[in-house]
Design a binder for this molecule. Structure first.
Ligand SMILES: Cc1cc2nc3c(=O)[nH]c(=O)nc-3n(C[C@H](O)[C@H](O)[C@H](O)COP(=O)(O)OP(=O)(O)OC[C@H]3O[C@@H](n4cnc5c(N)ncnc54)[C@H](O)[C@@H]3O)c2cc1C
Length: 171
């Protein structure tokens, strides 16, 4: 399976997930089309890691009708950007660094600072209404007949939850 963002560009050869969506999930023939939103509408998908990869994946999944739940072991989202050194700036310019459907809501530096990047991702998660669970460390994923049993721990202890699919985005 290939997750991809293709704003305003129609590709041929793969099913378009949602006619008016700027995001598509392309299903490779090898995957057997298991994540085809037309056949798995509403399926619960666990995304492990709330760095850029996990957030972007959850956004695409949610846009395509899946229920995406992001588990993040630390108390901050943003992955590497939440733990980097003071004074860091993005090497990209801000214009080339944002989700297709959520441009910067404030004016950052040309090369945004670490704090600005963190503000961007926090605003994006809030605006896109993504279900991101901070302080939830995934301990294990066990394959079952009907999906994946995910074991995680948070302040309240160790818990288990079932998901149809799981995406590992732990950096
Ligand atoms: C100094 C530096 C400069 C950089 N500059 C740029 C740049 O200019 N432009 C650019 O595009 N990229 C840049 N990068 C790279 C960018 O930071 C990474 O590509 C990006 O952070 C990767 O995101 P990710 O989501 O794949 O992984 P990560 O950011 O590593 O996120 C993974 C997340 O998974 C969580 N996790 C891990 N295990 C578990 C578990 N068991 N349960 C729950 N959660 C878990 C972690 O806590 C983390 O939050 C830079 C990196 C560095 C170090």
């Amino acid at each position: 399976m290939l997750l991809n963002e293709t704003p305003r560009r129609k590709r041929t050869g793969y099913p378009s997930a949602k006619p008016n969506s700027s995001y598509n999930i392309f299903i490779t023939p090898q995957s057997g089309g298991v994540l085809d939103p037309r056949r798995n509408k509403g399926a619960r998908i666990a995304v492990i890691g709330a760095g850029i990869s996990g957030i972007a994946a959850a956004n695409v999944l949610q846009k395509n009708g899946f229920e995406a739940v992001v588990f993040e072991k630390s108390e901050n989202l943003g992955g590497g950007w939440a733990v980097t050194y003071p004074g860091i700036h993005l090497q990209n310019t801000f214009a080339s660094y944002h989700l297709s459907d959520f441009p910067w809501a404030f004016k950052p530096d040309l090369h945004p600072s670490g704090a600005q990047i963190m503000r961007y991702w926090n605003e994006a998660v809030k605006h896109l209404q993504l279900d991101v669970r901070l302080g939830h460390e995934v301990l294990a994923l066990e394959e079952q007949a009907n999906g994946w049993l995910l074991r995680y721990k948070n302040q309240k202890g160790v818990h288990e939850e079932m998901f149809k699919y799981a995406i590992i985005a732990v950096g």
